[in-house]
Design a protein around this ligand. Sequence first.
Ligand code: GLP
Length: 243
Amino acid sequence: MIIQRFDHEDALASALASRLIDAIVRNPRLVLGLPTGRTPLPVYRALRDLTARALVDWSAVRTFNLDEFAGLGGDDPGSYRAFMQEALFDHIPIDPVNIAMLDGGAPDLAEECRRYEKAIADAGGIDIQILGIGANGHIGFNEPADELHAHTHVATLQRATLDANAMLFGGDPGRVPKCALSMGMATILGARQIVMIALGEEKSDCVAGMVTDLITTRLPASFLQVHPHVTVMLDHAAASKLV
Ligand code: GLP
């Protein structure tokens, strides 16, 4: 793993946005894997700014988001689709047909998960997967457990994750859907490059475990150690427990 430390989240965001724009310039048909959460927001702001300044051509770029709440259609304001539209997609010249997200409102969620895996394979796989990390070490919605799913699946969310997502539901964890659809561990590890971003002291324990401890399903992010091309981008607080 390549570890990069930054003095401020804006410096991290601008470094990652520049790397992504460079990758798009080199490969206009880039396939990006995207996360939600508070952590990527500065990155999405930087991507919007750079796109406006450098007239980046997004017309052939394809995106796959990591996860979505079960039971919520894309028009629900609490959905990750709504989050992504507001944070990024509404502000860049991406072709809407090239945006792929899991549909939490699909009538058959198992079938929706199979559709998504096939769509990723049909796109030739993900070139660069951006990841955040839950304070409990989850990636996507792959929660700490005795066993993990390889492929896109319906996940049951843990209490800490409901609390962390409450901001999308008026601050009320009780309104956060209890289940979600998520890429699995093999889906994520199948990306050619992975960039993990983490900010703040709250993430310092799981970041240290992810980088230095043994691989365990109790810390799903630790599986990134087996991937040959991972960059971990941290602010000093998130990096503070790394030895
Ligand atoms: C959610 C998402 C994860 C994300 C995590 C961390 O649970 N499913 O993909 O990494 O939140 O969110 P934040 O960046 O707000 O800490």
